[in-house]
Design a protein around this ligand. Structure first.
Ligand code: GZL
Length: 329
């Protein structure tokens, strides 16, 4: 089902009073940004370059900043939280006008986000969420609904096996441990397949969203589980690594072992069109334009929604063949 839900802009749960950006007390932003009096300077702390999705996300942020006339300070944390925290601290010292980042994991952000708040520099979460109880620590969260993505993966599997009474043995390649997409894609998938006891997750382990780790873990799964029916990988890159392992074990990916992944990056869509993957849930990395719009509003002290959910859809093998040539990433 080619389902497209419109971009949901959920009104902020707490009415954000229109204050000078970051201050909340009516003061103006302390961020001079160093970009001249009216140019906005954004400090962006990226997760890393672990996957095709991340590379496309970085490109979207960098290109959108340029076309929005926003000066971008950019850092790559190589998937380490301490590096992201260091980068945020350096942006605070540089007095940027706004900070945006994709938290590599959900926990451990309150101290540095309080430092940004005390410096009166507004923060925008993009792509991934934090589990801070204090939602005043950031102005908005722009990104996908990962629980919904997991549910869509589960719904396809339930439909695929609706006429079978046999046990369906599933192995799961989880994303980065502690990250919002890993936690939520697991929860959404489990919520849907958990309704039918024939679906059994016989092994589940992190592949850290990378192709190399996905291959390594899938090799181990294959060695200890001779009768795997389905692989659910939390992103295309781990699924593509797993395909190498499955072929190395003399099995046919997409046939002997059905594969569901998330993202819909070009290489994933190619494997889907080639029949090596069976279903992909899209997770768009093209967050740059919306991020820059939100940044301009936040710096001006305008109210923004507490949550902005990006557009998402799903792809079957047939649909992949139709859209492959027009994919942007
Ligand atoms: C999801 C994003 C995830 C992608 C992976 O929004 O955080 O991180 O699904 C990427 O490919 O590594």
């Amino acid at each position: 089902m080619f389902k497209r839900i419109s971009a949901l802009v959920l009104a902020g749960l707490t009415a954000l009073s229109v204050t000078a950006c970051g201050g909340g007390d009516g003061t103006t932003s302390a961020g001079t940004g160093g970009g001249g009096d009216d140019t906005i300077t954004m400090g962006f702390a990226q997760v890393g370059a672990e996957s095709g999705w991340r590379t496309a996300n970085t490109k979207s942020v960098q290109e959108s900043a340029k076309s929005a006339g926003i000066t971008l300070k950019f850092s790559d944390a190589q998937q380490k939280q301490e590096n992201q925290i260091k980068a945020i601290r350096s942006y605070i010292q540089q007095k940027v006008d706004v900070i945006a980042f994709s938290p590599v994991v959900e926990s451990g952000w309150d101290p540095v986000l309080n430092e940004a708040k005390n410096a009166k520099i507004p923060v925008i979460l993009t792509d991934r969420a934090v589990d801070s109880k204090d939602t005043s620590l950031y102005k908005t969260f722009l990104g996908s609904d990962f629980v919904e993505e997991g549910k869509k993966a589960g719904q396809w599997l339930v439909e695929e096996y609706k006429d079978s009474q046999d046990t369906v043995n599933i192995v799961e390649l989880q994303g980065t441990t502690g990250s919002a997409p890993a936690n939520d894609r697991k929860a959404g998938f489990q919520e849907v397949i958990g309704a039918d006891p024939k679906f059994k997750i016989i092994a589940s382990q992190t592949g850290d969203f990378t192709r190399a780790k996905g291959k390594e873990v899938m090799e181990a799964f294959l060695k200890s589980n001779p009768d795997i029916d389905v692989l659910y990988a939390h992103n295309d890159d781990m699924g593509l690594g797993a395909i190498e392992a499955i072929e190395g074990a003399g099995k046919v990916p997409g046939k002997d072992i059905k594969i569901i992944t998330v993202d819909a990056v070009k290489d994933g869509m190619q494997a889907l069109a080639d029949g090596k993957i069976n279903f992909i849930v899209e997770c768009s990395p093209l967050l740059g334009p919306q991020l820059m719009d939100l940044a301009k509003k936040v710096v001006k002290g305008e109210e923004v929604p507490a949550r902005v959910v990006t557009e998402e859809t799903t792809f079957t093998q047939e649909q992949a063949k139709q859209v492959l040539s027009s994919r942007q990433y």
